[in-house]
Write a protein that binds this ligand. Structure first.
Ligand code: GAL
Length: 383
C-alpha cells in the first residue's frame, strides 16, 4: 500500500512576496510536501486583482521539474526544464504580478477563453439568435474579448497527489460576459506528472448553448534565453492540412494541403528556414491528423543546442502555431531583456478559429447537459 506522508508547513514571515499593481502587503507561503517522493506544491501571496487574492503556486515534481502557475489568468509564469547547459525556464513571462498587469501583455502563459483565437467581427448566430461579442482585435473578437479568462482571478486548489503535483483552477463565466450566453462553469487542472509532462485538462458545463474553445498561451523558447530567437528551433506538426487566412487572420474556410508549401511540418524543419515566405510569419491553424487514440502526438519542438525538446499531445482537432511575430521589444522580462520579435512561439491546441461562423469546421458549441472535456500534454524531454 502506498504510504503518503503529507506535511503542511505554514511559513508566515519568511516567504518572498511580490506585490502586484494593486498588490497588498500580506506575505506568506504554504507548502504541501510529499516527503516520501519529494514532490511539492508551494503557495505564495502575489497580490490582489479585483479585490481577490492572487497567488503564485510552485509545483515541483519528484524529478525536480518545476512549474510556477498563478490563479490570475491561470498563468504559467515559469517552467524549468533541464538541458545540456543546465536547468532553464523555457517560457516567456515575468517574476511579478505587476509585469502581467502592464498594458497589452500578449497573453504570456495565460489560459484563454471563452473562445481561443478569433471570431470574425465578434458576431455569430446560434439557432437563429444573433450574438455580438466584445471586439478587441481590429474588427474581430480575439481570445475571449476585452476581459478574457486570462485577466480574471480563478479559485485555486492545490492537488496533493504524491507522484503528480497539481493545481485545480475554477472560474464561473457569467451569462452575458463579453457577449456570450450562458453561465459557463470552467475547471482547468494543471498537473506536473512523474513522466515529466505538464498536463492541462479542461472541463466546462453551461446552462445555455455557447461556443467554447479553451487553450493555453505559453510562449516557448527552449534555449531558456529570450534574447535569442526561436528561428533555430526545429518543429514537426502532424498535419496534412492547414486553414489559410485572410488579412485579418480569419480562416477562409478552405482546408489546404501543406504539401509543397512552407506550412509543411510533417517532417522536421527549422522555423526560420521558410518563414520569410510566409507573410507576417507563422500565425495559422493546422488541421491535426487523426489517430486511433484521440490523445495523440501532434507536434514536436526541439532545440539542438540545449537538447531540450517538447512533445505536444492533445485531444483537440487544431493547433495554432504562432511564431511570436507581434513581439516588438516593447515589453521586457524581469531581467530587463526585451522580448523581441520571435523571442518565443506558441503551440495553442484548439478548435479552428472562427468556427461559430464556419459550419464546415468541427463544432465548438457546448449544449446544456453536455460536458466539455479536452486534454493537452507537453512532454518535457532532454536529449
Ligand atoms: C496568438 C494569435 C496572434 C496574436 C497573439 C497575441 O494566439 O494567433 O495572432 O493575436 O495571440 O499577440
Amino acid at each position: 500500500m502506498k504510504t503518503l506522508i503529507l506535511i503542511s508547513i505554514m511559513i508566515l514571515s519568511l516567504a518572498a512576496c511580490n506585490n502586484g499593481g494593486s498588490g497588498n502587503n500580506k506575505s506568506g507561503s504554504e507548502t504541501t510536501t510529499d516527503s516520501t517522493k519529494g514532490s511539492s506544491v508551494r503557495r505564495e501571496t502575489w497580490g490582489t486583482v479585483d479585490g481577490k487574492e492572487v497567488y503564485l503556486f510552485t509545483l515541483t515534481s519528484q524529478n525536480g521539474f518545476e512549474a510556477k502557475i498563478s490563479n490570475y489568468g491561470g498563468l504559467i509564469t515559469s517552467l524549468k526544464v533541464p538541458g545540456r547547459d543546465g536547468t532553464a525556464n523555457i517560457v516567456l513571462g515575468f517574476d511579478s504580478l505587476k509585469g502581467y498587469l502592464q498594458k497589452d501583455v500578449p497573453y504570456f502563459g495565460a489560459l484563454i477563453g471563452r473562445y481561443g483565437n478569433r471570431i470574425a467581427k465578434g458576431r455569430f448566430t446560434l439557432r437563429d439568435e444573433a450574438f455580438t461579442l466584445a471586439v478587441n482585435n481590429g474588427e474581430n473578437h480575439l481570445h475571449g474579448g476585452l476581459k478574457g479568462f486570462d485577466k480574471v482571478v480563478w479559485d485555486a486548489t492545490p492537488v496533493e497527489d504524491a507522484s503528480n503535483p497539481g493545481l485545480e483552477l475554477k472560474y464561473l463565466s457569467k451569462d452575458g460576459e463579453e457577449g456570450y450566453a450562458g453561465n459557463l462553469n470552467v475547471t482547468v487542472r494543471y498537473t506536473l506528472t512523474a513522466q515529466n509532462e505538464l498536463q492541462v485538462e479542461y472541463d466546462a458545463t453551461t446552462d445555455k448553448a455557447t461556443p467554447v474553445n479553451l487553450t493555453q498561451h505559453s510562449y516557448f523558447n527552449l534555449t531558456g534565453d529570450p534574447s535569442k530567437d526561436i528561428l533555430e528551433h526545429t518543429l514537426t506538426i502532424n498535419a496534412d492540412k492547414y486553414t489559410p487566412v485572410d488579412k485579418g487572420l480569419i480562416p477562409t474556410g478552405e482546408l489546404k494541403d501543406v504539401k509543397g508549401t512552407p506550412f509543411d511540418f510533417t517532417t522536421p524543419h527549422k522555423i526560420g528556414e521558410r518563414i520569410a515566405k510566409v507573410e507576417g510569419g507563422y500565425d495559422h491553424n493546422w488541421v491535426l491528423n487523426k489517430a486511433t487514440d484521440p490523445m495523440r502526438l501532434v507536434a514536436t519542438l526541439a532545440d539542438s543546442a540545449s537538447g531540450r525538446k517538447i512533445e505536444v499531445y492533445t485531444t483537440e482537432p487544431g493547433l495554432q502555431f504562432y511564431s511570436g511575430n507581434f513581439l516588438d521589444g516593447t515589453l521586457a522580462g524581469s531581467d530587463g531583456k526585451p522580448f523581441n520579435k520571435h523571442a518565443g512561439l506558441c503551440l495553442e491546441t484548439q478548435h479552428f478559429p472562427n468556427s461559430p461562423n464556419q459550419p464546415s469546421f468541427p463544432s465548438t458549441v457546448l449544449q446544456p447537459g453536455d460536458k466539455y472535456h479536452t486534454i493537452t500534454k507537453y512532454k518535457l524531454i532532454t536529449q
